[in-house]
Write a protein that binds this ligand. Structure first.
Ligand code: NOJ
Length: 563
């Protein structure tokens, strides 16, 4: 069966505020994105996912939407958006948007109406409850810290917010909420967007009986335990308590029916896509009636990408997928540590970054990359609490300063803060990394390592740069049908240092060998042939090789077509 565009595509996530600032106000914008579409095209990506571009008071950095059918003024106008979409489409680049369903901003007109009185027609658009014994309705916590309930004196009731206080949860059991959101969905689909990444779908419904959670730890204790855990085992001990804390607030009945309903809307349009911000396989439905993709987040939850880790992940993930479902892999996004920081070892970072990309582009499934990873942008630890935008990190800091000394509190907060991976893209080796004019204060500081080669302009000119490596691999993938369509067959299950697998499609079979170690490896393959054509290697190699015995160089990335 012919593959859909999103099965063949490599996605690239743009965090709009940090991508490119065209009007020199220190904030990225649509004109900046338009200016760099040719760059993205030549990089070799096929589709963009934009983090929220809607009007927002920006308390959760855009994930607090105050109008679902408009554009944040700091990013441009609706016309700018339309121009951007048209220009992207002209270059054959698809665009999906971020749809935040679970909650709106407390500044959304819907919420202003809802909170105004108990008999307002929109009262039931959000989740309102009476308090109990002078306190909140129950002991549920917000994912971002503190109680999940906020008292509102206007009506003497509490509203529920799974995330920030400024992000009241919408009541999806109210059909009017659905209707309003589906109208917004149609608004963008009618304009021609190619689909949506669905934010926080797991928390759309909560247990209507609202029983207390039973975790015996406080949320701060859990945060601290996670952040300070020395070993994986130390960390794992706390996971059940974290799960118990949110047990009644996630993955509740009704969510799959809702996603299926959304799918029927999407299917009224040609060829659109839904990607869930969830790793739960259940969101694939029967393989063709719910979401098209759900991220393989477990793959990135490790300090080191070892062959054993990757093999185990693939074995589990691929075997769980329902027939017809398509995998979706990623190693970083706007909520996580950047790939270069997370999987580097401080010594072989450049080689490991290349291996991470090779992994994304050779595993079966649709890869999602994150802006800046192509030049090896790293996390940037803020050292002044006044620079932080990420509200949960500020919350953590305020709590931590009462328990540990201020510098330790800052360190904890900087590490937890998602600001670390959202700093502006570094376009050049000039003040502000070429993101904004030199005299401008950018919304988040630019990582000073733009002056150490971590910038687009210099890397474009350096044949051996990470950026040119990305380009080369991305273009190679387009020409290699087995890497796009092929089944995944693991080889050498016990190899500790290298990962070897086949990708076999009707047209082509490829052997992929990725050496994650600084040791060379002499390996043997018993396949139907030992003759191969080298499709890609980061070492000097003959065009045709016999891989019955193969000497894999340290950190080698080798892709061979079986002939
Ligand atoms: C997931 C988003 O990726 C994250 O950035 C956001 O803070 C939460 N959902 C809440 O919307």
């Amino acid at each position: 069966m012919a593959l859909k565009w999103w099965q063949k595509a490599v996605f690239y996530q743009i965090y709009p505020r940090s991508f490119a600032d065209a009007n020199g106000d220190g904030i990225g914008d649509f004109q900046g994105m338009i200016n760099h579409l040719d760059y993205l095209k030549s990089l070799g990506i096929d589709a963009l996912w934009l983090s929220p571009h809607f009007p927002s008071p920006f308390i959760d950095c855009g994930y607090d939407v105050s109008d679902y059918v408009d554009v944040a003024p700091e990013l441009g106008t609706l016309d700018d958006f339309k121009r951007f979409l048209a220009e992207a489409h002209q270059r054959d680049i698809r665009v999906i948007l971020d749809l935040v369903l679970n909650h709106s901003s407390d500044q959304h007109a819907w919420f202003s109406e809802s909170r105004s009185s108990c008999d307002n027609p929109k009262r039931d658009w959000y989740v309102w409850e009476d308090g109990v014994d002078g306190g909140p309705p129950n002991n549920w916590m917000s994912y971002f810290g503190g109680s999940a309930w906020e008292y509102d004196s206007t009506t003497d009731q509490y509203y529920y917010h799974c995330f920030l206080t400024e992000q009241p949860d919408l009541n999806w059991r109210n059909p009017e909420v659905k209707q309003a959101m589906w109208d917004a969905v149609r608004f963008w689909l009618d304009m021609g967007v190619d689909g949506f990444r669905l934010d926080a779908i797991g928390t759309i419904f909560e247990d209507p009986d609202m029983p207390d959670h039973t975790s015996k730890y406080s949320q701060f204790e859990l945060y601290k335990a996670f952040r300070m855990a020395k070993t994986k085992e130390d960390r794992e001990e706390y996971i059940p308590h974290w799960e118990a804390m949110f047990h009644h607030q996630v993955e509740q009945p009704g969510v799959h029916e809702l996603m299926q309903e959304l799918r029927t809307i999407i299917d009224e349009y040609d060829d659109r896509l839904l990607v869930g911000e969830s790793e739960e396989i259940e969101y694939y439905g029967d393989g063709d009636n719910e979401l098209h993709l759900a991220f393989n987040f477990p793959l990135m939850r490790t300090a080191r990408l070892t062959p054993a880790w990757i093999r185990a992940n693939q074995e589990e993930r691929l075997s769980e997928l329902p027939p017809g479902a398509w995998p979706c892999n990623t190693l970083n996004n706007h909520d996580t540590t950047r790939v270069y920081t997370q999987f580097g070892d401080g010594k072989n970072d450049a080689a490991l970054a290349r291996l991470s990309l090779a992994l994304m582009l050779t595993l079966r499934g649709t890869p999602f990359l994150y802006n800046g990873e192509e030049i090896g942008m790293t996390d940037y630890m803020l050292d002044d609490i006044g620079q932080f935008w990420d509200t949960p990190a500020i919350w953590l800091y305020n709590l931590a300063v009462n328990e540990v000394d201020a510098s330790e509190a800052l360190r904890l907060a900087a590490k937890a803060s998602r600001d670390r991976c959202r700093t502006p893209v570094q376009w050049a080796n000039s003040a502000n990394g070429g993101f904004s004019p030199p005299e401008v204060k950018t919304w988040l500081p630019v990582n000073p390592n733009y002056a150490e080669g971590v910038n687009v302009a210099e890397q474009l000119d350096a044949p051996d740069s990470l950026l040119n490596f990305y380009k080369e691999m991305l273009h190679m993938r387009k020409r290699t049908p087995a890497l796009i369509a092929g089944a995944y067959e693991p080889l050498h299950d016990d190899a500790e240092d290298y990962l070897a697998f086949l990708r076999r499609s009707a047209e082509q079979s490829c052997l992929v060998a990725l050496n994650f170690s600084e040791q060379p490896h002499n390996i043997r393959f018993e396949l139907e042939t030992s003759a191969g054509r080298v499709i890609f290697s980061n070492q000097e190699r003959e065009n045709e090789i016999d891989f019955k015995r193969l000497n894999l160089a340290p950190y080698e990335i080798l892709i061979v077509e079986l002939i």
